[in-house]
Design a protein around this ligand. Structure first.
Ligand SMILES: *Cc1c(COP(=O)(O)O)cnc(C)c1O
Ligand code: SF4
Length: 350
């Protein structure tokens, strides 16, 4: 297998897996909210669209249902149960097997909640759980069991979160997370932004989002303009795990940010059957740096209940990152980290 991807891959209208399937006819470009509404919400529908047999996936549990937008579906190769994007969204019988050490809240989010949906674990940074919704449901997600209804900033009442941040002048950076903060409407998001900007000691805003990958048209010029006009330094952290996730539309979406001077970083999770080989990780990093996105973190899987089948041994992870270092520019090698509940930063592994 050739380690370097075709550099012109994302300029073609075909997916990296070859010509787009006939499915493409069903993909008129719609705005992001309509893209959310028309997303696939059951494993049987996902299987049907991809021509997969009923043996391939189990049904998703009620607390973390299936959610796959057609924009992402278009990057999955039909008929291939091992497709690296499909593996991230496909339920398997393994999900319902209890594995020792895999729990509902592996990173101690519930202990760190400071009120109003704010997680304040690390020096200088506070994270707001803005909204429970996401544009794709990733089966390995560490927040798959997060009690958003109890803890999120309910119904976009930002008051308590803003009061908390205003009351602590050591907080210079606010992270918007979720769920996914870009599932908020522009008007909700801009209201929140106005309030964060009104706190004098906050200097930076970081938006953690998978929307530029899942539904790239979410990054509208209006949104990008509003962010670039902020008095805050705005940083984006997107989330891609495999080079196949990066297509023309993603390139456009990221470009709307970077052309306005907004830096974009990427974080990935090391996932068995998705990116646990050096060629896949190398292609991912190259695809990212070629569109001026810097690989930031490669996360060791958080041990959340239902995700045991995605785990890769730490020893293997270290070996992979060391191999990457021999193939890539230094800035293209992500920091391999794990999040340990109670620690004051992510813990570097390699
Ligand atoms: C991961 C995380 C951050 C950000 O950590 P960085 O190392 O600065 O990227 C901030 N707050 C919380 C609660 C986190 O989980
Ligand atoms: S987009 Fe992020 S928060 Fe949402 S399910 Fe995927 S990994 Fe979890």
């Amino acid at each position: 297998m050739s380690p370097s991807p075709d550099p012109d891959r994302w300029r073609n209208s075909t997916s990296p897996n070859g010509p787009r399937p006939p499915l493409a006819d069903e993909f008129p470009v719609v705005d992001w909210q309509r893209a959310m509404k028309r997303a696939i919400r059951s494993q049987s529908e996902l299987r049907r669209r991809l021509g997969l047999g009923a043996d391939v996936a189990a049904d998703a549990g009620e607390h973390f249902p299936t959610f796959v937008p057609l924009e992402l579906l278009a990057r999955i190769k039909p008929g291939d149960p091992n497709d690296p994007i499909l593996r991230q969204v496909l339920t398997t019988a393994d999900e319902s097997i209890d594995q020792p050490g895999f729990v509902a809240d592996p990173v101690g989010d519930l202990q760190a909640e400071a009120g109003g949906g704010v997680l304040h674990k690390y020096a200088g940074r506070a994270l707001i759980i803005t909204h429970g919704a996401c544009a794709v449901h990733c089966r390995y997600c560490f927040r798959r069991e997060f009690p958003y209804n109890e803890l999120g900033s309910r119904k976009q009442q930002w008051g308590p979160a803003i009061d908390y941040i205003r009351g602590d002048d050591s907080i210079h950076e606010v992270l918007l997370s979720g769920g996914d903060p870009l599932t908020l409407t522009d008007s909700a998001l801009f209201t929140l932004l106005d309030q964060i900007e009104s706190i004098p000691h906050v200097r930076r805003l970081r938006i953690h989002t998978r929307l530029p990958i899942a539904i790239p048209q979410r990054i509208t010029t209006e949104l990008a303009d509003r962010l670039s006009e902020s008095r805050l330094a705005v940083w984006f952290v997107i989330h891609a795990n495999h080079a196949n996730e990066i297509d023309d539309a993603v390139t456009e979406s990221v470009g709307r940010l970077s052309r306005r001077g907004i830096p974009v970083l990427n974080q990935s999770v090391l996932l068995a059957g998705v990116n646990d080989d050096v060629d896949a990780l190398q292609s991912l990093s190259l695809s990212l740096i070629d569109i001026a996105v810097q690989p930031y973190y490669l996360h060791q899987l958080d041990q959340v209940r239902g995700a045991g089948h995605f785990q890769v041994d730490v020893a293997r992870g270290i070996e992979l990152v060391n191999q990457l270092r021999q193939r890539l520019p230094g800035y293209a090698v992500p920091k391999y980290v794990v999040e340990n509940a109670g620690e004051k930063s992510k813990t570097p592994i390699a």
